[in-house]
Design a protein around this ligand. Structure first.
Ligand code: WT7
Length: 635
């Protein structure tokens, strides 16, 4: 019996039970039957949750690009691996076959080797959504270099922090990028960030916009001439199952971003398996995930998951609103997309526009539509289901995280009955539990609690780069023996999960995971600011928006609040990136703090949401009187 594909609900339960009773047999069989290995594993999984020490497929040897590309060449060499849909719809789309992808990745990998990059070296990739981004990622994996993709919306100092943290030897960037009617100047951002990054020896520069850029001697090299000279024959590095494949940064509860480390074999098995099942992937499908490769969604479901299955995957350079709000729908029709995977924030924004943008396009190629990144509200779910999926495509609301590597809780298309706003059931191999305030597991249904996972799964991040202690403290300390997700959830009467949102200091804005700490740090660097606290408040398009409570140094006279607001947002933009700007700001004379000095965000969140009814237990507050003042001035 094969476990790779789940055909119906009965089989789902069978596979699920097997995966819980005999996880080693379950994952071992999937790994054995669906991938190419140089050497088999010794143990399927070994772990010690107390030490946050998890290993999958120990001693196995493989190269993930052999699995993503080479093994498809016989059967699918001429099949399109990647469709590149440019920002400007008048520029023609590019179809890259598996043969061509192989050639491009091998050439790029040889360039990296010639530039001195070896197995284990870190390479920072700071590129717009163009084919070179995918090719660079895969080229790193080919030679065992660890890729660290940084989303091209991050500012110079955010980029610098990430490069410094992982000591990258090389940066791959471009002369610029297109996003809607804007161009982004990636190279000059890199130039600025590299002033602080001594580890970087080489910068490879892709031509995209033909912007004039400065090329620093002995450091910056145009990529194309190197590719022209490179051989297209590249022997893949033999990797250990647990060798790091990539680092991807996510925000945390301190100002320092967490470099989540994903390793090779487990991540491969998890992303391939979940892609195949959740989206009901079949051979001739054309899969489109609208995320950026700079986020985990893009890593797992634009690149690795689809390519591991020999799929055709779309890389979209643009934005949903350019040239107009029909771009998504037009693109679905154009490429006959079969699975469309996007974010609630995009759905809400597009649902606000005239329905004609959608209805004038033929979306009948679609068979599955998916959502990821934040809870999808009832209205958005129905709009997506009615107008995009035409009520015939299952809506797969997929819950997972950068840390989990791949999808964890989600309907399996055509298998799991969907329910609006519910991520539904855990995939086989995933064992979620809800925990109460006393850290006790809540049994039974119709309950709410903090979402933990009680058994390791193959795609789990193994550590935080350079800081295993922080990994342990963040994910394994709150609920001993379990992985804590940071999310709250409810389990309904049939065992379906609904994710209710973060229970920690992270706010999800337009699907972007923003830690409040780095934003507060950026605000506090403004010379007029003494202290600040950031919380999220409900926003009808972004899901959450940011509300900042700011204490100024000289309280009393505030120069010009409007200007100050702008300056503070500029500070955030410079330090974190434009995605983290505040929607609202309130200047206050103090912040509610506990005796141990912790800001009580719970109350600030309520005030920001305009909910003044019940602030709950305030007995641990040092300065309860400040609440009245903040409430009064917020109205
Ligand atoms: C956080 C992880 C997973 C890739 C994109 C985000 C929230 C994600 C859902 C969903 C409700 C969701 C959670 C999670 N989230 N998907 N379907 N329903 N919430 O990755 O940046 O690591 O953020 O996004 O709060 O913890 P990320």
């Amino acid at each position: 019996m094969s476990y790779y594909k789940i055909e119906n609900l009965e089989q789902y339960f069978k596979h699920y039970n097997k995966s819980v009773r005999e996880p080693r047999k379950f994952w071992g069989k999937i790994a054995e039957e669906n991938f190419t290995w140089y050497q088999q594993w010794d143990k399927v999984v070994e772990f010690n949750m107390a030490e946050a020490d998890i290993k999958w497929f120990t001693e196995a040897k493989l190269n993930i690009t052999k699995n993503c590309i080479d093994r498809h060449l016989n059967k699918r060499g001429e099949k399109t691996a990647i469709i590149f849909e440019p920002n400007n719809p008048d520029e023609s789309a590019l179809h890259i076959s598996y043969n061509q992808l192989h050639q491009k990745v091998c050439k790029m990998a040889n360039v990296l080797r010639e530039q001195g990059i070896k197995k284990g070296d870190r390479v920072c990739i700071y590129l717009p959504m163009i084919p070179e981004l995918a090719i660079s990622v895969l080229a790193c994996a080919r030679i065992g270099a660890i890729h660290s993709v940084i989303f091209a919306g991050f500012s110079a100092s955010a980029v610098a922090n990430r490069i410094i943290d992982s000591e990258c030897k090389m940066v791959i960037t471009s002369d610029g990028g297109y996003r809607g009617n804007k161009t982004i100047e990636l190279k000059s951002i890199i130039d600025e960030s590299l002033e602080k990054c001594p580890s970087v020896e080489t910068v490879l520069v892709v031509k995209r916009t033909n912007n004039t850029v400065e090329m620093k001697e002995d450091r910056d090299i145009w990529l194309q001439p190197l590719l022209d000279e490179a051989s297209d024959n590249c022997v893949a590095e033999i990797m250990d199952a647990e060798d790091p494949l990539f680092i991807l940064y996510t925000s945390g509860s301190t100002g320092k971003p967490k470099g989540m480390v994903h390793t090779t074999a487990g991540y491969m098995v998890h992303t391939a398996y979940t892609f195949k099942n959740v989206f009901n992937y079949e051979e001739n499908d054309v899969f489109w995930c609208t995320a950026d490769i700079g986020w985990i969604t893009g890593h797992s479901y634009i690149l690795y998951g689809p390519l591991l299955n020999g799929a055709t995957t779309v890389i979209f350079e643009g934005v949903p609103s350019y040239p107009d709000f029909s771009r998504f729908w037009q693109t679905i029709e154009k490429h006959k997309i079969t699975q469309f995977y996007t974010a609630p924030t995009a759905i809400r924004a597009l649902a606000k526009e005239n329905l004609e943008y959608v209805s004038k396009y033929e979306l009948k190629s679609l068979k599955v539509v998916g959502s990821v990144g934040e809870p999808i509200n009832e209205e958005a779910w129905h709009w997506f289901n009615d107008h995009v999926g035409a009520k015939k495509c299952p809506v797969v609301d997929t819950w997972w995280q950068t840390e989990t590597g791949g999808i964890m809780i989600a309907p399996i298309a055509f298998v799991t009955p969907t329910k609006p706003t519910y991520a539904t059931l855990p995939l086989p191999g995933i064992q979620p539990v809800l925990m109460d305030e006393k850290r006790i597991e809540i049994e039974g249904n119709q309950v709410v609690g903090s979402l933990c996972i009680k058994f390791p799964w193959p795609g789990i991040a193994r550590t935080i780069w350079g800081d295993h202690q922080r990994y342990k403290d963040t994910y394994f300390a709150a609920y001993p023996g379990k992985f804590f997700t940071g999310d709250g959830a409810l389990r309904d009467e049939v065992g379906y999960y609904r994710i209710t949102g973060r229970v920690d200091d992270v706010v999800i804005v337009s699907g972007h995971n923003l830690g409040t700490a780095p934003i507060e740090d950026a605000i506090n660097e403004h010379p007029a600011v003494a202290e600040s606290a950031i919380v999220g408040f409900p926003h009808d398009v972004k899901g959450n928006a940011l509300y900042g409570y700011v204490i100024l140094k000289e309280s009393g006279e505030i120069r010009n609040k409007e200007n100050l607001f702008k300056e503070i947002n500029q500070h955030i933009s410079d330090h974190v990136g434009p995605i983290a700007k505040l929607d609202k700001i309130q200047f206050v004379s103090g912040l509610p703090k506990t005796r141990s000095g912790k800001i009580m965000r719970r109350i600030l969140r309520k005030i920001a949401a305009g909910d003044y009814a019940n602030f709950g237990d305030m007995s641990t507050l040092l300065n309860p009187e400040i609440i009245d003042e903040i409430v009064k001035e917020s109205k």
